[in-house]
Design a protein around this ligand. Structure first.
Ligand code: SF4
Ligand code: SF4
Length: 321
């Protein structure tokens, strides 16, 4: 497969090639206990796609081939906690001394049947990236609805009691995204503000704040279309294009894997059903060499990663550079 990137983004960035793949982001499925209005994957409680155990076993096989050089696994969803095999996967990853990160919406940690999950994750030294788009209740209600805010704070209190949020590992990072079609503020400044407000209002601590840009895809795109703001938002991202972010893009040293084992450059390309361009597109054909020099499939949604200080699942690119 040799797909050219003819989008406006492709014309500005030129062809992008990956570096050595060191991390796999594993999407356990679109099943989620929430239906947030900014979700790029349109995850929901009604979604049925979840990763079965045989696909998870293929990930372990890839890790066991040491020449693949995979050092860390980033587990996402949906709400990955709702996958019935998530603990079995984490246990096997920890046995292999993998650096494991789990992305949580916090509320899923309090779902029936998950009462001891937080303790389990702490015991396994699993790092957490917990989405909390704002420290103010009213803003979370708009993005996530219902009683999500109270439950998020309750989950954070439980995590702090366990030892998450100290300066030591495992880490408890919070994830911020703007509440509308605008670019996020500076990550360091927002982190200081969050740290102050979270302590003052709720007595809570966390490790780092990761600042993400809303991507113009999925449910957030639908919302922009309904509000008539899609073109303005795309223009904003394009005008804020920062070429300096290209070398830090997360697609350059990681691959994403969907619940059916297919490989993508990132979770956004997964959401858009743009599979990887490196021969075999399934985890069973994982070829570290081919993946580490692959041609990255880009599109105009990629302006979301390059705008301003840049954005990735690990937060602002400026801060990581
Ligand atoms: S943004 Fe996260 S928590 Fe919200 S619906 Fe999507 S996957 Fe679920
Ligand atoms: S959306 Fe971002 S991470 Fe994904 S391919 Fe585009 S630039 Fe890379």
């Amino acid at each position: 497969m040799n797909r050219e990137n003819r989008s406006a983004f492709g014309k500005m960035s030129g062809p992008l090639k990956s570096f050595r793949v060191e991390r796999i982001q594993v999407n356990l499925g679109r099943l989620c206990n929430l239906s947030c209005n900014h979700c790029h994957l349109a995850a929901s409680p009604e979604a049925e796609d979840i990763m079965p155990w045989p696909v998870m076993q293929e990930i372990l096989k890839v890790i066991d081939r040491k020449d693949n050089g995979i050092k860390s696994i980033d587990i996402t969803g949906g709400a990955p906690e709702l996958n019935p095999n998530v603990r079995a996967l984490i246990e096997q990853l920890c046995l292999r001394n993998m650096n494991v990160l789990l992305r949580t919406n916090l509320v899923a940690l309090l779902e029936p049947g998950q009462e001891d999950l937080a303790e389990y994750l702490f015991a396994c030294k699993v790092n957490l990236a917990a989405s909390l788009p704002c420290y103010m209740e009213e803003n979370i209600r708009v993005q996530r609805g219902g009683t999500v805010f109270e439950k998020s704070i309750a989950a954070l209190k439980k995590l702090n009691r366990l030892g998450y949020g100290e300066e030591t590992q495992p880490a408890l990072d919070l994830v911020y995204n703007p509440g509308g079609p605008f670019l996020p503020g500076d990550q360091e400044e927002l982190e200081s503000l969050y740290r102050y407000e979270m302590k003052k209002r709720y007595g809570l601590s966390f490790s780092r704040l990761l600042v993400l840009t809303n991507m113009p895809i999925g449910r957030f795109k639908e919302l922009l279309i309904v509000n008539g703001g899609l073109n303005d938002y795309l223009l904003l991202l394009k005008q804020a294009y920062n070429r300096g972010n290209l070398s830090q893009l997360m697609c350059r040293n990681q691959v994403s894997m969907g619940w059916d084992g297919r490989l993508y450059d990132c979770d956004f390309n997964l959401a858009l059903d743009l599979p990887i361009d490196a021969g075999d597109t399934h985890i069973t054909g994982f070829n570290s060499q081919a993946l580490s020099s692959r041609h990255i499939i880009t599109g105009d949604h990629c302006f979301g990663c390059t705008a301003g200080a840049g954005s990735s699942c690990g937060g602002s690119l400026k801060a990581s550079g």
